[in-house]
Structures are given as structure tokens and as C-alpha cells.
Design a protein around this ligand. Structure first.
Ligand SMILES: [Zn+2]
Length: 371
């Protein structure tokens, strides 16, 4: 088979499917299946969410997409075909959002450009942010988006974030849990963190793949370990460095939201609290300035932890006010994101409303239509 023709056909199809705005809603890096087919007549629509007589606007803070033009730009270097899979018209995505009871999706693009040179990275980010901004402006009632930034060039990333937020209406940035193998706590990223703090940006951290970690050999074998184990590990390592290297002390105003409930960290933070007591020789005095677990309560987390008990525990560790709803769309990790929160015990109705959308709306500076 002539793969170049196949690729061209696929890209052409993507462009057509993306429509005028140029956005395609796709799988990201997970091979496998996802039932995107919409039943005849469309999926059953979720009824409007009402709690105590009040309509609650729901917000999905973890929703993937990709921009076909950016895939074209990256093709020679970063194998964009792994991202550009199974596009679907906007109506299909809206039907799935309606079926899940999602009023607003906050779109993000998983970084796959951290190996690109400065010129290419700039082109990719420009086309992604401009496309997302145009798309969201045309569908402001249902979509918002995080900007992309070329974080391998922190000064450029800071400028891109500022432009995206001040002139393009984007709501923060989506970044990886590491940048081409470098930790987010590396001082070279301080200019980006400083700008994010200054702008009041929400920074959504999503794990990168395991390839740059050196951990891949242990993730072979049965069980999709690259996503089940590595993704939460990557997030756990990223947050831990931000705490233990003093990044969160240096930039206390940061609004960081971690994917997948923050990985393993909120479930096992007590060990981190004890580590420097047991092995003080491996710790810098006074860094971090507070007990490590206190920093958990300064971050935000999505609700993708699968069971009501896990969500109850996350709320107990970080505070219900630090959790926002996520779906990981189009991955079918969570088929009933709203019910997942409604079924969680130990939450007040006000806390449920906050997780379902109130906290996200406040973070993003987006008014809610709750009435
Ligand atoms: Zn995701």
C-alpha cells in the first residue's frame, strides 16, 4: 500500500471533517478502540443538571483535540499520524457531550512538539492557538480552550501564553508533565511560571508518554501499562518536583490543574511528608518551606479517578474545592462523568456543584449560567 497516498487522503479527510474552523476531535496517543459511532437518532441526551432547583452548568476541564494543520507541520519530525486519528464532525462531539451532560468542554492539545526547533515550534503553536481561538469564539457557549506553548523555549512560551490570553481569549495553557525529559521544576522554566502567575493563567498538566523517561522497558507486556501506570507516575513525579524543588514556593500564585486526579500523589503523599525526616541528608533544609502535603491543597485536580470512593478520598486529601470535572474525551475512561460526582458520598451539594462546574468556571474567569 502506498502509505503516502493513505496519509494524504487521511489529512484531506481531516480537513474536510474539521470544517471551516479547522479543528478535529481525535484520539491522542492511545491505540485501541473507542466507540465514536452515534446511534441512529443520536445518543440519548442527558437531562439538564439541576441541584436543589438550580440549573448547574457543567464544565469538562480535560478534553482533547488536535489541529490538522499543526499535524501537517510536524509530520516530518514528530509522526503526527499518531495524533490525527478518527476525526469527527462537530455535531458528533456535541452529541457525545450532550449524552454525558457536559455543557462546556475546555479543549487542550497534548504537546507533541517539544522536540521541534524554535521556528517550527512557533509555527505549530501559532496555528494551534489561532485555530482554537477562532473555534472557541464561534462556539463560546460550549467550548473554551487552553493555549499551546512551546515550553522547550521558556521565553517563547511565556510570550505565547501572554498573547493567547490577552488577545486570543484562551484561558491558560496545557503543558506536559515533562518537557523533552526535563522536569517542570528546572529553573530554566521559571520565566514561564512567572508569566503564568502574573497572568493568573490556569496551567493544565497532562502526562507525556514514557519514551523520554527511560522507564519504557518496564512498561512492556500485557495491560496497557504505558497509560495505566506511566501516566499517573509522570504526573506524580512532575508535581513532586514542583513541590520539592521549591517551584511552588517561588510562585505561590500559580493555578495548576493536574490530570487524572494528580496521579498517585494525593493517595500517597504521607510518605513524601516523612521522607525528609527519615533521610534528611537527601533533603535541602527549608525546601520546601512547608510540609509537602500542604502543597497538595494549593493545586487543582480533575475528577478522573473512576470510583466514588477514590473521588471521596481525593477530596479528603486535597479538599473538594480543588477538584474539577474531567472526561479525557475522546478516550472512554469515564462514561458517566456527571454521575461519578453525584454518586460520591461525603460531599455537600455545594461541593458537588463546585466540582461539576463552579470551580472550573471561577478558575477560567467564565461566568456560570447557574440560576
Ligand atoms: Zn488525557
Amino acid at each position: 500500500m502506498d502509505m503516502s497516498n493513505t496519509m494524504q487522503t487521511r489529512r484531506d479527510f481531516l480537513r474536510e471533517a474539521a470544517g471551516a474552523a479547522g479543528v478535529a476531535f481525535v484520539r491522542c496517543a492511545l491505540p485501541g478502540t473507542f466507540a465514536q459511532a452515534v446511534p441512529a437518532g443520536g445518543p440519548t441526551k442527558h437531562p439538564p443538571l439541576v441541584i436543589n432547583g438550580r440549573r448547574v452548568q457543567t464544565v469538562d476541564m480535560h478534553a482533547h483535540c488536535a489541529v490538522p494543520k499543526a499535524g501537517d507541520l510536524l509530520q516530518q519530525q514528530i509522526a503526527p499520524a499518531t495524533l490525527l486519528l478518527d476525526p469527527q464532525p462537530l455535531s458528533v462531539r456535541l452529541a457525545h457531550m450532550d449524552a454525558q451532560g457536559i455543557d462546556v468542554a475546555v479543549l487542550s492539545i497534548n504537546p507533541n512538539w517539544y522536540a521541534a526547533d524554535r521556528d517550527l515550534a512557533k509555527q505549530v503553536i501559532d496555528v494551534q492557538n489561532e485555530t482554537l481561538a477562532e473555534f472557541c469564539a464561534g462556539h463560546a457557549d460550549r467550548f473554551a480552550a487552553f493555549a499551546s506553548v512551546a515550553l522547550q523555549f521558556p521565553d517563547l512560551a511565556a510570550d505565547q501564553l501572554e498573547r493567547a490570553m490577552k488577545t486570543m481569549g484562551l484561558r491558560g495553557a496545557a503543558i506536559g508533565g515533562s518537557v523533552a525529559g526535563r522536569e517542570l521544576s528546572d529553573p530554566q522554566f521559571h520565566p514561564f511560571w512567572a508569566k503564568a502567575e502574573q497572568l493568573g493563567a490556569v496551567v493544565f498538566i497532562h502526562p507525556q508518554g514514557s519514551a523520554a523517561s527511560g522507564f519504557s522497558p518496564r512498561l512492556q507486556g500485557n495491560g496497557a501499562l504505558g497509560v495505566t501506570l506511566w501516566n499517573p507516575i509522570e504526573t506524580t513525579v512532575a508535581l513532586t518536583h514542583l513541590i520539592f524543588e521549591g517551584t511552588l514556593d517561588r510562585f505561590p500564585g500559580l493555578k495548576i490543574c493536574a490530570a487524572h486526579g494528580g496521579g498517585y500523589l494525593p493517595s500517597y503523599m504521607n510518605r513524601s511528608d516523612r521522607g525528609c525526616q527519615v533521610f534528611p541528608a537527601q533533603c535541602k533544609p527549608g525546601v520546601p518551606s512547608r510540609p509537602p502535603s500542604e502543597y497538595l491543597k494549593r493545586l487543582y485536580y480533575d475528577s478522573i479517578v473512576f470510583t466514588p470512593e477514590a473521588l471521596r478520598h481525593l477530596a479528603a486529601e486535597v479538599g473538594a474545592g480543588r477538584i474539577v470535572m474531567g472526561t479525557d474525551y475522546p478516550y472512554p475512561w469515564e462514561s458517566e462523568p456527571v454521575e461519578h460526582i453525584l454518586r460520591t458520598t461525603g460531599l455537600t451539594d455545594a461541593e458537588r456543584e463546585a466540582i461539576l462546574g463552579g470551580t472550573a468556571a471561577a478558575l477560567l474567569g467564565r461566568g456560570t449560567s447557574n440560576a
